[in-house]
Design a protein around this ligand. Sequence first.
Ligand code: HDD
Length: 707
Amino acid sequence: MEKSENDKIKRLKRHTVDGENQPLTTRQGLKVNDTNNSLKSGSRGASLLEDFILREKITSFDHERIPERIVHARGSGAHGYFELTESIEQFSKAGILTDTNRKTPVFARFSTVAGSKGSTDLARDVRGFAVKFYTQEGTWDLVGNNMPIFFIQDAMKFPDLVHSVKPEPNKEIPQAASAHDTFYDFVSLATETLHNQIWVMSDRAIPRSLRMMEGFGIHTYRLINKSGESHFVRFHWKPVLGVHSVTWDEAVKISGADSDFHRRDLWDAIDSGEFPQWEFGVQIIPEEDEHKFEFDLLDPTKLIPEEMVPVKIIGKMTLNRNPENFFAETEQVAFLPGNIVPGIDFSNDPLLQGRLFSYRDTQLSRLGSPNFHQIPINQPVVDAHHNQRDGQMQMNIPKGQTAYFPNTLGGGCPFLSKISEGGFSSYEERIDAKKIRTRSKSFSDHFSQPALFYRSLAPWEQKHVADAYSFELGKCTHTHIVQRMLWLIQQIDEDLAETVSANLGIAIPESIEQPINQAIGADSNVEDFQPGPKINYLDKSAALSQANTKFKSIATRQIAVLVSDGFSESDFSDMKSAIQKEKAQIKLIAPTGGTVKSDSNKEYKIDASITTTESVLYDAVYIPGGNKSVNELIKHAKFIKFINEALKHCKAIAVDNEGEQLLDRTFGKDFKADKAVLINGTTKEFIEAIAKHRNWDRMDKVDNIPV
Ligand code: HDD
C-alpha cells in the first residue's frame, strides 16, 4: 500500500539509504568481493592484521549497541499526523492548537516502563505514551503515560522510585515486574504512590493493544494566548477503538506465546491500512480557579475528574506509517518534555520541573553527544540556526566566522525574533516566595483519589484489582511490607483490603508504626506530613472505568476460526464476509500448517497450526460446521484447551451446526445460555458480542475452569 507522505517523512527520505540493486561496499564505498572469509596466511593459517575489511566489519558490530533507556527501554513507534478540529485561539496562540488547516507530522512511541529492551510487552506496568509533534514553530514533545497520574510528586524521588521497581540490585531479579519486595517497601513508605499504584493493579496496566489505551500529559501545563493570558491545561488522548485490556491470566500466557504481542499488533494494524487513531482533548482551568479544587493542580498524583472539568475534544492523531528502521527511528528518537512551542508553557509542578532537566541529560549518555538533535528522527521540520557548535558527531557544516551573539561580523545573524514574530518568551508568573526545600501541604491527600478510582470501577474491574494486589503482594517475602500495604489498602477501601488479606492469609494490622509517609526530609515535622483523611468529593467518575468505554467496533480484532478438511463452506463464507465487512481479521487455525479444504473442495491457506499458536492471541473463536472437520478437531486436546481458555477469558464463541459437537467436549457445554456463546446464532449477534470485548457476566463462573 502507498506509504503516507508528510513534511517529516520527506525530510527523513534525504537520509534514507536503500541497498536494493546496489553493490556491497565498505563504509568508504569500496566494492567488496568477499564478505565471508577473512584474509589469512594460507587457507588454514592465522588471520592478518592487514584485513581492513574484517576490522571494519567487526569494529562496527562491536559498537552496535547504545545504552538502553533507563526507563521505558522497551517501546514501539510509528509516524503519523495530527489534525486540529477546533481552534482554541482564546486560550493558546500555538499554531498547532489554532490552525485547523494544518496536518502536523508526528512520531509516537509507546513503551513499558520497568522492563529492559527485550522484555515482554505484557508486563503489568504503566505504558509510556510519547508524541513528538513536528510543528511549524519547532518541535513540541508531549511525553505522557496511559494513566492520568504519576507515582511521585517531586522529581527528586524519581531515582528512588525507579531503583525500587527495577530488578533488585544484588540478584537482578525480577525482570519487568513490580511484584517484589523493594517496590512495595518503597510504595508503603512513600504513600503518595498509592494512587498510581492502584491504577497499575487495574486492567489499565495490561492493555489489549497499544491502539486501545488512553494517553495523558499528566502534569498541569499552561496555555498562553496572544494577549499573554494564561490558563491551566491537562492534555488527553482518547483511543477511537475504546480502552480495552486483557486479563492477567492472558497476559502471563501471551508473554510466553508472543512477547512482541503489542509491537506486532501495532505494526500489523498500520501495515494493513487500519490506522490507529486517538482524539486529542484538553481540560482547561482558568487561573482564578487554581485553588478551587480539593486537591492541588500542581500535584501530579491527582487527576481532575471529568465531572469537575470536562475534556474538550479538539483534534485527532492518526498513525499511518511504520518506521523504516527500528534503531534509527524508534530507538534514537529523543523526547524532551522541555520541547515546547509559543502558546504552551510549564506549570510549577515539581515533577515536571525536574523532568525538564532529566531528559536532555539522559540523551547525552544514551545518544552520546549534544548533537542528538541532528539525528534525522529528532530534527525539527523547520530549519534550526543557532550558535551551539562542535561536539561529537557534528553532522552539519555551519558556515561563517561567528558563533556568538551579539555580533557584527556575521551581520547579527542568526537574529532574534520578537514575540509578535514567534519568538518564545516564558510566561511572566509573579513569584514572591522563600527559597525552601519542602513539600506543599496541599499535596498530602494520598487516599481520596485511589478510593475514587476504586469506587468508580465496575465489579469485574474491582475483582481484577483485588486479584492483582493478591498476586503482587503474594510475591513479597517480607511480612512487615505486606502488612503495611494491607493497612494502606484498608485506608483506600476496607472490602478490598479484606479480600486481599484473605487471599494472602495475612491479617490486616490494627495499626502500623508511624510515620506512614516517609517521603519527607529529616528535619521536617513527621506529624505534619502524614497523609490527610480520605475525603469523598465525588462518589464516582465514569471516565475512570473501562466499563464505560466504546464498544461499537470490531475493527482489527483477530477472530480464530478452527477448521480441518471438510469444514462447512457455507457456514464459513457467511461468517467470513460478515467479519471482514466489519474490518476484523479471520485467522484459520488447523491441526497442521499448509492448506485446508472445505466441504466444497475449496482450498484455504492456514494462518497457524494449533501447535504454533495459543488461544490468548485472539479476540474470539468461531467453529464452522462440517462433520469431517469437527471429528478431526475433537481428536486434538489443544483445540479443547483453546476453547476452554477463550471461555475462561470471557471471549465471544460462536459455533454452527456440527461445530457444537466440539463445544460439547469443552466446558462450553455448560455455558450454552451465555449471551456471548452463540450456537447457530446470527453473524450480527457474534459481531455484537465481540464488540463488547468480553462478557464479564461469565467471570465468576469460569473461575474454576482449570486451564
Ligand atoms: Fe520519564 C523516559 C514518561 C517522570 C526521566 N518518561 C520517559 C518516556 C516516557 C516518560 C513516556 C519514554 C520516552 C520515549 O519513548 O523515548 N516520565 C514520564 C511521565 C512522567 C515521567 C509521564 C511523569 C508524569 N521521567 C519522569 C521523571 C524523571 C524522568 C520525574 C526524572 C527526574 N524519563 C526519564 C528519563 C527518560 C524517561 C530517564 C529515559 C529515556 C529518556 O528519558 O529519554 O530521562
